[in-house]
Design a binder for this molecule. Structure first.
Ligand code: ATP
Ligand code: DP6
Length: 419
């Protein structure tokens, strides 16, 4: 019997123009377009194996080795049933050419192959970073889920077409179907068919964009993105101004900045948009606070770092951005990352050695120092542990198909990794 199985990894993305607000909560249609940078899967990724088999009794998913219930009508169930629908349509259009990866005995396999949309699936997924800790695991996770099913079903779908489905798992997940710089066009139609992701530029266009993630200690966030943004839609007058008058202009301006590799403009818009997203969170009734004192101190440090550069005739060197939690993501050209790590170290002592994937520091590691002209009084130093860790990564590629040796399901269709 052939094994119908595929394994794919998918990246995290962090938005520069934030998605915040839905006009349709079931289809996950946003109130504004958004734009993100895809981060490198060499560092942060979700890996997912999907298998279809006539012997499976039900659809099942294991996340990091633990059963994750597929609730009827829920987001996982929607994504899986939408992918089965695409497979069914593909089978109907190709009655004689099932095109499933090389079959051994084509003559007797056809009838069998054509039915794989009716088989139940087993799915095993692993994140190589903390799940549900504000590091966009849902974005990478749903992108990997949809991509692995597309590979299993051998669908000829484009990344934009697949993004229509991952969007229904988690809005931000639609942007993880592409590498590089990605826009989610909000669309206008009620059925959501024009609300999908497109590539603004591939990573190769501007590979110099690096990211430093400052993982800020925090207990689990109080208000999820899903419920927080709905409260904002219902109560914030500022959101109406943002979606009508601010985001459309910013989408155009930041896309142009990316195409021109204009870091100064890219950074200014990214910081302004993070600030406005947190302003609409504060404008929500009751108000929502995602940043904490550590987050605000990192803003002060990056602001001062940029001021010192600009006032001595230089350019903006870094941009901060925050999602629905206290973790900072700092975007910067690669040449500035060393200074930025030193800056963070001087205010936030680290207990673990800096993982230095790009070999910036040698064996000694960062010591903690600020650049000339930096006003050290803009923030006070924190105790060790306020920033739990730093992850240095960069702009990355889109979902990757992996070989059978990376599969996360064993011969019986059960997860190879157990929690
Ligand atoms: N690899 C995965 N495969 C399938 N679903 C996943 C995967 N990883 C995460 N998820 C889903 O996403 C949920 C976590 O999403 P949540 O929004 O709470 O956290 P996050 O995405 O890590 O943080 P944030 O959205 O604030 O950046 C998990 O409970 C699970 O339902
Ligand atoms: C602040 C954000 O990270 C919000 C992301 O929201 P989600 O995509 O997690 O929300 P749901 O669609 O309800 O799953 C901004 C962004 O990624 O654009």
């Amino acid at each position: 019997m052939p094994v119908y199985q595929a394994t794919v990894s998918a990246p995290v993305n962090i938005a520069c123009i934030k998605y915040w607000g839905k006009r349709d909560t079931k289809l996950i249609l946003p109130t504004n377009s958004s734009l993100s940078v895809t981060l490198d899967q060499d560092h942060l990724r979700s890996t997912t194996t999907s298998r279809a088999d006539a012997s499976f009794k039900q659809d099942q998913l294991w996340l990091n080795g633990k059963v994750d219930e597929i609730k009827e009508g829920g987001r996982l169930a929607t994504c899986i049933s939408e992918m089965k629908r695409l497979r069914r349509e593909f089978e109907e259009k190709n009655p004689n050419e099932p095109k499933v990866s090389r079959v051994l005995v084509p003559a007797i396999m056809h009838a069998h192959l054509l039915q794989i949309s009716s088989f139940h699936v087993h799915i095993s997924s692993v994140n190589n970073f903390p799940t549900a800790a504000g590091l966009a695991s849902s974005a990478a996770g749903f992108a990997a889920l949809v991509s692995s099913l597309a590979a299993l079903y051998n669908l000829p779908a484009t990344p934009s077409e697949l993004s229509l489905i991952s969007r229904q798992g988690s809005g931000s997940a639609c942007r993880s179907l592409f590498g590089g710089f990605v826009a989610w066009q909000m669309g206008e139609k009620a059925d959501g068919s024009d609300s999908y992701a497109v590539e603004v530029a591939p990573r190769e266009h501007w590979p110099d964009i690096h990211a430093l993630i400052c993982v800020v200690s925090d207990t689990k966030k109080g208000t999820s993105s899903t419920s927080g943004m709905q409260r904002t839609v219902e109560t914030s007058p500022l959101l109406q101004h943002r979606i009508k008058h601010v985001v459309p202009e910013r989408m155009k301006a930041i896309s142009k900045a990316i195409l021109e590799k204009d870091f100064d403009t890219f950074a200014r818009i990214t910081m302004q948009d993070s600030n406005q997203f947190h302003a609409v969170a504060l404008d929500t009734d009751p108000p929502i606070f995602y940043m904490n004192d550590v987050s605000r101190s990192i803003i002060a440090l990056i602001t001062e770092y940029n001021r010192a550069s600009v006032e001595s005739g230089g350019k903006i060197k870094a941009a901060y951005t925050y999602d629905a939690g206290p973790n900072a993501v700092i975007y910067a050209p690669k040449e500035n990352i060393k200074e930025i790590v030193e800056l963070i170290y001087s205010y936030f002592p680290q207990t673990e050695p800096f993982k230095d994937p790009f070999g910036l520091f040698g064996a000694a590691g960062p010591k903690g120092k600020v650049v000339d002209g930096f006003n050290a009084a803009v923030a006070k130093p924190f105790e060790a542990g306020a920033v739990k860790g730093l992850i240095h990564t960069r702009v990355g590629d889109g979902p990757r198909k992996l070989g059978a040796e990376e599969a996360l399901l064993n011969a019986e269709g059960l997860p190879t990794v157990l929690a």
